[in-house]
Design a protein around this ligand. Structure first.
Ligand SMILES: Nc1ncnc2c1ncn2[C@@H]1O[C@H](COP(=O)(O)OP(=O)(O)O)[C@@H](O)[C@H]1O
Ligand SMILES: [Mg+2]
Length: 378
């Protein structure tokens, strides 16, 4: 999707990107990471010609971007930065419609798209369309910044530390949303951060940079398990890698807050619960708290129009692998990664569901190890 071919960038004789060659695959979430000043923003801005390379070429979709006018190029590429700069004197609706208007979309199409986007992130259009940015929280404003970038459904989106200024809880929920949108819409995202937890959580591939060069380019699991050198090890936190993940048990690292339901619960009630807790599946338990299966948004959608469905037990369920609370965390992560599962359910010795392990648990577990080691040192 995006190719860097021996790209060099110098600012007044000082080289900040040196001979960078790189393939960013279509439909994937690629994260550029590295310490401040290593050239992340410069690399990103060269993709939409906010900065021009000194040497080498960049291709988007096989086309050399110097052959496309910057304006045309940027229409096909969404761009989200930390200071989103929503237009303060425009309503939310007008802000989201900036690019569709430039592209002269008919009014009907614009309006429909804007409503659809707001609904996608659970913001009621009736409530928000007419508001001004200052009437929204920082997190909501940033969410609108993301929607604005998505408005014309560009195949490629560039994001430069978009959530850096948000509090941790808002940041987490926006990360979840962006990841969900990226997967469901199949878009290519190039995302810049210096936060390794954020990178591991979001990325299909992580590109770790240092002084304008790539040090390692790998999926997050590989980066964590097989750091290319000491610099990588240092960056991801050497102490995390003492593979304490061998000694941690599933019950110590699992998320105990599983969103559950039972067969006899109402269909509508269950959909509401998913909305409220912002999850895309519900774990169905029997009376003893044992796993019956999982209903997903897709399962629910498939039966949405059918009047005779009243209870959740009538909806088709998926089976999800389980793991014992007392198994080793490492085993859970290996299964997650090799089977490419979104999550594993954790059960006790009586098969009752006690928690859930996901990629986020992996990140948290590793972070926990850093903290604990620091405490134990000397
Ligand atoms: N317009 C510019 N003029 C001169 N130097 C610049 C300019 N933009 C960036 N740099 C320098 O290039 C290097 C890389 O910057 P940048 O890409 O912003 O890094 P990052 O986003 O990884 O923090 C830094 O040393 C920075 O000072
Ligand atoms: Mg930067």
């Amino acid at each position: 999707m995006v190719t860097f071919d021996n790209v060099t960038k110098s600012f007044s004789g000082h080289t900040v990107i040196s001979d960078l060659s790189l393939e960013i695959p279509r439909g994937q979430f690629t994260v550029l990471i590295g310490p401040s000043g290593c050239g992340k923003t410069t690399s990103l801005k060269m993709i939409n010609r906010l900065i021009e390379p000194s040497k080498g070429s960049i291709f988007v979709d096989g086309q050399n971007i110097t052959k496309v006018s910057p304006v045309d190029l940027r229409r096909q590429i969404g761009y989200v930065i930390q200071q989103i700069g929503l237009f303060p004197n425009m309503t939310i609706e007008q802000n989201i419609e900036v690019v569709p208007r430039l592209l002269k979309w008919p009014k009907e199409k614009r309006h429909q798209r804007t409503r659809e986007l707001l609904e996608m992130v659970g913001m009621d259009p009736k409530e928000y369309l007419g508001r001004y940015p200052s009437e929204l929280s920082g997190g909501q404003q940033q969410r609108i910044g993301v929607l604005r970038a998505l408005a014309v459904a560009p195949p490629l989106i560039l994001m430069d530390e978009p959530f850096g200024a948000l509090d941790p809880i808002t940041r987490e929920s926006l990360q979840d949303e962006v990841k969900k949108l990226q997967t469901s819409l199949g878009i290519t995202v190039v995302f810049v951060t210096h936060d390794i937890d954020e990178a591991v959580k979001l990325a299909d591939r992580i590109i770790l940079m240092k002084d304008g060069e790539i040090v390692q380019n790998a999926p997050p699991e590989t980066l964590l398990a097989h750091p290319a050198n000491d610099y990588v090890r240092e960056f991801i936190g050497k102490k995390r890698m003492k593979a304490n993940y061998d000694v941690d048990l599933v019950r110590e690292i699992m998320n105990p807050r599983v969103v559950t339901t039972t067969r006899d619960k109402g269909f509508a009630e269950s959909i509401n619960l998913m909305r409220k807790r912002n999850v895309d599946s519900l774990v169905v338990l029997d009376k003893e708290g044992r796993l019956e299966g999982v209903v997903t948004v897709e399962n629910l959608r498939a039966v949405a129009g059918k009047q005779h469905i009243a209870q959740i037990g009538e909806v088709e369920m998926k089976s999800v692998p389980t793991i014992s609370m007392n198994a080793q965390a490492r085993e859970a992560f290996d299964t997650l990664i090799t089977e490419k599962l979104p999550f594993l359910l954790v059960v006790d010795s009586k098969d009752r569901v006690k928690g859930l392990v996901s990629k986020t648990s992996l990140v948290k577990a590793l972070a926990g190890v850093v903290w604990r080691d620091d405490e134990d040192d000397e």
